[in-house]
Design a protein around this ligand. Structure first.
Ligand code: 5RP
Length: 230
């Protein structure tokens, strides 16, 4: 089913891509529309000499099926612009990502990008993060022990599972725990705590990384929010 709001946000983001750029491809149902439109503008000759770096196998496959040239991150010096979705974001651009399980590659690509654009629907704009469960990517070895530690810290973890109840495994072979916190009043502090824990590879708090948020609406309109300016 086409989600009009996601589609307009995704399409709008392609306006920030110029010929000759290296483009980061996000992951998820909103990024899908960005990749789709990027492919269309390349095919119709509106954009030339584009190469892309994908944040997941899924996005890579979609891009290649559309004729977009995908290269590995290590083949490029930097990425001009990364366009990705988000699960929740504040107006400052503090966000939660990883609902689609690609948070590790998404953060690595975000760190290598000169400009980070998020494409979202209005329901994802929040005052305080945390209603959306915070994903963390963890090493499978000893993960039950880590799970227990997180539970004792009151972080309320759950194992990410597939529909058939098997454990979800990321593109890099790790597990995901979702932390059910309800509210994250001090995201920077929580980020530091998680970064100190052995076995936690990465967390889905994306702080101080995003430059612009494009909000798409069902009526076809978009609103552009420049982080740190309003
Ligand atoms: C994947 C992500 C996605 O960007 C996030 O989950 C938003 O996805 P969608 O656009 O489908 O709502 O972080 O790991």
């Amino acid at each position: 089913m086409i989600d009009q709001a996601k589609m307009v946000a995704g399409r709008k983001a392609v306006d920030f891509v110029e010929s000759g750029m290296t483009v980061g491809l996000g992951t998820g149902s909103t990024a899908y529309y960005f990749i789709d439109e990027l492919g269309r503008r390349i095919r119709t000759g509106q954009l030339e000499d584009i190469q892309a770096v994908a944040t997941s196998r899924r996005s890579q496959e979609q891009a290649e099926s559309l004729g977009i040239k995908v290269v590995s991150l290590d083949m490029v010096e930097y990425i001009d612009v990364l366009v990705d979705g988000a699960d929740e974001t504040t107006y400052q651009g503090y966000g939660i990502k990883g609902g689609g399980g690609a948070l590790l590659y998404e953060k690595i690509v975000a760190m290598a990008s000169k400009k980070n654009i998020w494409i979202i629907t209005p329901d994802k704009m929040v005052e305080t993060l945390g209603a959306f469960p915070l994903p963390i990517e963890v090493v499978p070895f000893g993960s039950l022990r880590l799970f227990d530690n997180l539970r004792q810290m009151g972080l309320n973890p759950s194992f990410r599972k597939m529909e058939n109840d098997s454990i979800y495994v990321t593109d890099s072979g790790n597990y995901i725990f979702d932390l059910h916190l309800q509210e994250i009043p001090a995201p920077h502090q929580l980020a530091l705590e998680l970064e100190r824990m052995v076995g936690v590879i990465e967390h889905g708090l994306f702080l101080d990384l995003t430059d612009m948020i494009i909000v798409g609406y069902e009526n076809g309109e978009t609103h552009i929010h420049h982080c740190g300016q309003e």
